[in-house]
Design a protein around this ligand. Structure first.
Ligand code: AMP
Ligand code: ZN
Length: 111
């Protein structure tokens, strides 16, 4: 999608601090971090949200998250994956993306 912000980041037309890339997935730092580590994992192929992604795309993005968090010392201490979908969840960018938050103790849902 030519007007999509994250498609432009994939193509290198808008700069982002990329931390991971393979044939199908890339990840970059969120511009407005909500935790010490706050990354966005996306499929290079445009879909609007997780419900539009097929099984292969979901597998590719979670495999990338597993690879990255394992090789960057995040998986041992822990991390959180969030995907905001639609207006009630305040989704603001309509290219499916998975927030990976960690690098510090995160608040629990009950606290
Ligand atoms: P969401 O609100 O779940 O749709 O998440 C969109 C995320 O994209 C927000 O956390 C923004 O801070 C982030 N964001 C917006 N523009 C950029 C950008 N140019 N580079 C990196 N992250 C961005
Ligand atoms: Zn896109």
């Amino acid at each position: 999608m030519s007007e999509c912000l994250f498609c432009k980041i994939v193509k290198g037309e808008i700069k982002a601090n990329k931390v991971f890339e393979n044939d199908s997935v890339c990840a970059f730092e969120d511009i407005n971090p909500q935790a010490k580590v706050h990354l966005l994992f996306i499929n290079k192929q445009h879909t609007c949200n997780v419900n539009e992604m097929n099984e292969a795309e979901i597998g590719q993005v979670f495999k990338a998250i597993a690879e990255f968090t394992t090789s960057n010392n995040l998986s041992k201490s822990g991390f959180r994956v969030v995907t905001n979908t639609g207006p009630d969840a305040c989704q603001s960018v309509f290219h499916a993306h998975f927030h990976v938050l960690g690098g510090e103790q995160l608040a629990g849902f009950g606290s």
